[in-house]
Every structure is written in structure tokens, then in C-alpha cells.
Design a protein around this ligand. Structure first.
Ligand code: UDP
Length: 468
């Protein structure tokens, strides 16, 4: 008997960081509203549960809370999400804690009605062993785009950087010779041709678990990623399916606590005033994870002050101090320190540029909103994303950087802000991003991503009926 897609029970297990969780919550929305699943079960931990439940308003989903492991060496208690870690040096102890969820996860699987598909984060490689024990196909979700995923995989196996003598000596990757990289484009362990130690072991473990899984779901669309997706599917695998941009499922009906709601209203009103007086606004934000050093924040503040451009700046660090900066720019700048609805901001008509760290969600959100990017990558695969934004998609300008930890001076930031918002380079990328934005919406609205998701569910359903 062929299981019809509408009777498919899908379990989703996001990794506990905002950048990994948010797109999977959008995916849950998509699966539910397109009736591609009969039941959604979402796994999380108690402190992540309120955010997940709020984000799933209007979706019939069963949220299961697995208690977060306690007494993990080096990990402060009460932290269940990487964006709350005091330092990313604690990433590995966090990963170690999360892995300990495996026995309880498997106990819970025993008690649930048959699950036809597990979609779990690429950092939860151990969930592939669990899914194999229960005969459930696993789809992997990394949250990164095909470009970064494919280039990282090629570099990890072919090691073209073995032959360079410095971090800024260019090299190319054989299958895609038109692209030039340097070691600085890669974060550990990918920057090292022979990486050793716990981070490299963790990454290789995840790569093996991914290879043993049924496929990969990618938050991107075919028209954007064609050469990289095709290369991946032909030469690397397992099969990757582009099902995004998932942020098109983002809704503003999320119930916020009072202070966040007040801040949201203030931001929107402030932006409305900008659009009635025809004043373009630069949105400045560096995601939920990366730490921007205080000295660098000062340089950004000085650049924004001198640029004479209107801006909305989200600073994660609640204690950041800028002296009289906020008073000096109060007629044209707004600084917020709490969580904002980034998608809603980017969709506002007054936003004409985004100074971004190029986390993949931010890139997808900016592209779909038709907002050009000033790329300022910080950690993880963000340098590759920035390269893709500037050199391949041509929807952004890049902050010039020589090394990973270089302090970028305010003069250069100011120059690039002016160029993005008012220069010829900015006009060009603004034109390009509008074209890409239309393609992204078409992909989700009956186009390539729409069909790809349906085809993937249909394929998984046939595995289930074959094995049962
Ligand atoms: N985000 C948000 N409000 C904030 C900070 C972040 O809505 O105040 C969202 C943002 O829209 C994106 C995610 O958090 O969906 C961050 O993911 P991204 O990949 O851009 O960067 P990361 O935080 O993982 O570095």
C-alpha cells in the first residue's frame, strides 16, 4: 500500500540555536499549511519550548520537551540554546550535553505512533542512529546554503589549501575553477587541511551521519543554487532538495511579551515615519550568535554617525555603551537591544540596505525582501556566504577584510555604507536583488521549491510503504 502524503507523520528535531531552529519552524508551517503531513511532532527542551510554541501558532503540532542534561562539565546551568552561551568556546561542551539526549529521544520514539520521516539538524548526527533503529528515514537540515555546503565538502576532501603558504594566498577548487578562495574564507576545522582535535572529530562525525541519511533539505531555491546543487547531487550526496526560502512562511502573529511588543511597535512606527518622509534606512544586525567586540561596535557607531544615513541598529550586547552617540543621531538613528522581528523589518518599504554578518537565514531574508546587503561576515560559514552574496549573486557589496579578526576602521565602514545606500555600486546590487527576490517568491509559489518539497515527501512515503 502506498502511504498517501496526507497521512505522513513527520518528526522535526531542531538544533538548539535560533539560526538553526527558526527555518525548521517555518518548514513546519509550510508542511502543515500545504497538508503534506497528518501529524507534526517537534522535539525540543523545556527552555526552548516557549519560543517554539509561540512560533507555531496556528499549526497543529505535538511539542515534546526532553529535559536538558544537567551537570555537564564547563557548561553553566540553565543554558539550553547556543545563543545564550557566554562564549562560543563552550560550543563543544554544549554539543556534548545535547548528545546525551539520545537515550531519552529513543525511549520517546517507542511511545509515539509510527513516524514516517525524521527531519533533524545536521548537528544532531546521533539522531541518524536512532532513526535507523526505528526504521525511520532521516532528512538532514544544516541551515546553510548549497554554495557553502558544497565548497566546504570539496575543500574537506580534496584539500586544495594544502599547497598554499599563507592565509591570504588564493587557491581554487578543481570542479569550480572560476572561484578563488583563501584559507580565511573558511572557519575551523575547514581552514586546516589536516585538522585534528574535538571540533574536527565532531564535524567528521556529522558528515558521516549525513552521508548515511536519506537526504538533505536546503533552505534555498534551485534558480539560485543550480550549479552547486547539481554538483552536490552528482558527486557528493546524499541527495539535496531545495525547499526554500523558508522565511516566506514567517508570520507576524507571534505573541510577544509586552516589552518586545512595545519595542516592535516603536520600530515599526519609526520606520513608517521614514517612509512617509522618503528617507531610506539601513538595517544593521549581526544575527543571534556572533559576538562583535566593543571596539568594533565603536567604529560602527562612528561610521553611522558620519554617514548621514538613517539607520536601525540591533545590538545584542545590552551593556554596550556609546557615550553621546545615541543623542547625537537621535533624528535619524534608532538603536535597539532586544530581539526584533527581523523579517518584518526587512519587509518594511523604508529599508533599503542591510549591513549583515551573512548568516544564511539573514541572507535569505534579505534576498526575499529585495534588500541589498553590505556583507560583513564574522564566524562559521559566513565568509563563504558573503562571497556568494557579493561575487556570485551580486546582491551585495563587501566590507574589505584582510584577516578574520581585523578591526575594520570607521572610515571604510562609512565609505561602504554610503556606496550601498547612495552610490552606483549600491544601485546595481539593488537592481539585482529585486530580480532574485521575484525568483525566490516564484520558487515557493508553485515553482521549483514547491515541487521539490512535494517530490521529497512522496519519495519518503514510498520508502515507508516499501519497508512496511
Ligand atoms: N533574528 C531575529 N531577531 C533578532 C535576531 C535574529 O528575528 O533580534 C533571526 C533572524 O531573522 C534569522 C535568525 O534569527 O532568522 C538568525 O539566523 P542567521 O542565520 O541569520 O544568523 P545566526 O544568528 O545563526 O548567526
Amino acid at each position: 500500500m502506498v502511504t498517501s502524503p496526507s497521512s505522513v507523520h513527520i518528526a522535526i528535531f531542531p538544533f538548539m540555536s535560533k539560526g538553526h531552529t527558526i527555518p525548521l519552524l517555518h518548514l513546519a508551517q509550510l508542511l502543515y499549511h500545504r497538508c503534506l503531513t497528518s501529524t507534526i511532532t517537534l522535539f525540543t527542551t523545556p527552555l526552548n519550548s516557549p519560543f517554539i510554541r509561540q512560533s507555531l501558532t496556528g499549526v497543529k503540532a505535538n511539542v515534546i520537551e526532553l529535559p536538558f542534561p544537567e551537570n555537564i562539565p564547563d557548561l553553566p546551568p540553565g543554558i539550553e540554546s547556543t545563543d545564550r552561551l557566554p562564549s562560543m568556546l563552550l560550543f563543544l561542551p554544549f554539543i556534548h550535553a545535547v548528545k546525551q539526549l539520545q537515550p531519552l529521544f529513543e525511549e520517546t520514539l517507542k511511545s509515539l505512533p509510527t513516524i514516517n520521516l525524521l527531519i533533524s539538524d545536521g548537528f544532531l548526527g546521533w539522531s541518524r542512529d536512532s532513526s535507523a533503529k526505528f526504521n525511520i528515514p532521516r532528512m538532514v537540515f544544516y541551515g546553510m546554503g548549497n554554495f557553502a555546503m558544497t565548497i566546504s565538502a570539496i575543500v574537506a576532501t580534496e584539500k586544495p589549501h594544502r599547497h598554499v603558504s599563507s592565509d591570504d594566498e588564493p587557491f581554487s577548487v578543481t570542479p569550480l575553477p572560476h572561484l578563488k578562495f583563501t584559507k580565511s574564507d573558511f572557519s575551523p576545522p575547514f581552514d586546516d587541511p589536516d585538522p585534528k582535535g574535538p571540533l574536527a572529530e565532531f564535524v567528521y562525525e556529522q558528515m558521516i551521519a549525513t552521508r548515511q541519511s536519506h537526504g538533505i533539505m536546503v533552505n534555498s531555491f534551485y534558480e539560485l543554487d543550480e550549479p552547486y546543487l547539481d554538483y552536490w547531487n552528482k558527486n557528493i550526496g546524499p541527495k539535496a532538495w531545495c525547499v526554500g526560502p523558508l522565511c516566506l512562511m514567517a508570520k507576524h502573529n507571534v505573541e510577544l511579551d509586552q516589552s518586545l511588543e512595545e519595542q516592535r511597535r516603536a520600530c515599526m512606527q519609526w520606520l513608517d515615519v521614514r517612509s512617509t518622509s522618503n528617507r531610506p534606512v539601513l538595517y544593521v544586525a549581526f544575527g543571534s550568535q556572533a559576538h562583535v567586540p566593543a571596539v568594533q561596535l565603536q567604529e560602527i557607531a562612528a561610521a553611522l554617525e558620519k554617514s548621514e544615513i538613517d539607520f536601525l541598529w540591533v545590538i545584542r550586547d545590552e551593556d554596550a555603551e556609546f557615550g553621546e552617540f545615541e543623542q547625537k543621531v537621535q533624528d535619524r538613528g534608532m538603536v535597539v537591544h532586544k530581539w526584533v522581528d527581523q523579517v518584518e523589518i526587512l519587509r518594511h518599504e523604508s529599508i533599503k540596505g542591510f549591513m549583515s554578518h551573512c548568516g544564511w537565514n539573514s541572507v535569505m531574508e534579505s534576498v526575499t525582501a529585495g534588500v541589498p546587503i553590505l556583507a560583513w561576515p564574522l564566524i562559521a560559514e559566513q565568509h563563504l556566504n558573503a562571497k556568494f552574496v557579493v561575487e556570485e549573486m551580486k546582491v551585495g557589496l563587501g566590507i574589505r577584510m584582510r584577516g578574520r579578526d581585523e578591526l575594520i576602521k570607521s572610515e571604510h565602514v562609512e565609505e561602504m555604507v554610503r556606496e550601498l545606500m547612495a552610490g552606483e555600486g549600491g544601485k546595481e546590487v539593488a537592481k539585482n536583488v529585486k530580480v532574485l527576490s521575484d525568483k525566490a517568491k516564484m520558487a515557493m509559489d508553485g515553482g521549483s521549491s514547491w515541487s521539490s518539497l512535494e517530490a521529497m515527501i512522496s519519495e519518503v512515503s514510498s520508502i515507508n510503504s516499501f519497508s512496511s
